[in-house]
Design a protein around this ligand. Structure first.
Ligand SMILES: [Zn+2]
Length: 306
């Protein structure tokens, strides 16, 4: 018996030893790699919140089942970054959602009756009787255009993508300076096709800075000039804002309000209810399941006592 158990443990250990251990960086859920010294980063606090407030609910979304209860208590807003295969050398692997996983997620949501009404302020009703959900993409990566449009259309879902007005057709320089692999961003033609497919765009500033680290004047320019620039470029009203890195404070929020936006989304975990302030919308990060040391330990423990 002991020998059999030993073999199982050894087999499991070998399996995992041959896989790279994908440790979850503390702030990997940001759209970009936040330096450890980030003065204000909602994700640092968010990382431990779900387990405290929503027992049994994972801290990020991979499949619908564990979120069924939570999604009935308010309108969820899923936060995607990149779609498709991860290129070699990527640091934040979890932010790449493969196309098959993305298709599976949309399929589950569709089959369960979720729909994507026009993206906007928090719901007026209690709970989520209409099974509404928001699909958001941060940063405007070209791989979202490449892998996202078809599955979204297949399930009749609409999404909003948050763009940096000065980086249309550029690349993820704010991530590359932290050592991340280069990824192209959607160009003007792709954004126009995104809009023509019925999706929406929002502002993610001009250049993806930490807004609370800028002077109010500079932060205000990032917030209001990006709105105007996107509107001039694409001929659409840009009504929604997304704080880069989830970095905001009341002064930054007030600048977003003053610039004429209708909502702003954060990276705080949770669903949105009628009590959620419209400039502090919550979201749930989507990423693929990675294995942490804790999960590995638990897995081995389960195997040992099975
Ligand atoms: Zn971002």
């Amino acid at each position: 018996m002991i020998q059999i158990l030993g073999q199982v443990v050894l087999k499991e250990s070998r399996r995992w030893l041959h896989k790279p251990l994908l440790l979850t960086p503390r702030v990997d859920s940001t759209c970009g790699i936040a330096p450890a010294s980030a003065a204000v980063n909602a994700f640092n606090e968010e990382a431990n919140l779900p387990s405290r407030m929503n027992a049994g609910v994972p801290s990020y979304f991979t499949s619908l089942k564990p979120f069924t209860g939570l999604f009935a208590t308010g309108v969820p807003s899923l936060m995607y970054h990149k779609l498709g295969r991860r290129p070699w050398g990527v640091r934040l692997k979890g932010l790449y959602v493969s196309r098959p996983l993305f298709e599976r997620q949309l399929s589950q949501l569709h089959a369960t009756g979720f729909t994507t009404p026009t993206y906007g302020p928090p719901p007026l009703l209690e709970g989520n009787p209409d099974k509404s959900i928001a699909l958001t993409f941060d940063d405007g990566f070209a791989n979202v255009f490449q892998h996202g449009l078809e599955p979204l259309a297949q399930h009749g879902f609409c999404a909003v993508i948050f763009l940096m007005a000065d980086l249309i057709g550029g690349c993820n320089g704010w991530e590359m300076q932290e050592g991340e692999a280069r990824q192209p961003l959607m160009d003007e033609i792709q954004v126009k096709e995104w809009l023509a497919a019925g999706h929406e765009i929002g502002s993610h500033t001009l250049t993806h800075p930490f807004l609370t680290r800028l002077s109010l004047k500079k932060a205000g320019e990032e917030i209001s000039a990006s709105k105007k620039k996107l509107e001039d470029c694409f001929g659409r009203s840009v009504r929604h804002f997304c704080y880069p890195y989830g970095d905001w404070n009341p002064a930054v929020r007030d600048l977003v309000v003053a610039a004429g936006y209708e909502t702003a989304c954060t990276t705080e975990f949770g669903v949105n209810t009628k009590a959620t302030p419209p400039f502090e919308l919550k979201r749930i990060l989507v990423r693929y399941q990675s294995i942490s040391f804790k999960a590995l330990k638990e897995r081995l423990a389960r195997t040992r006592f099975r």
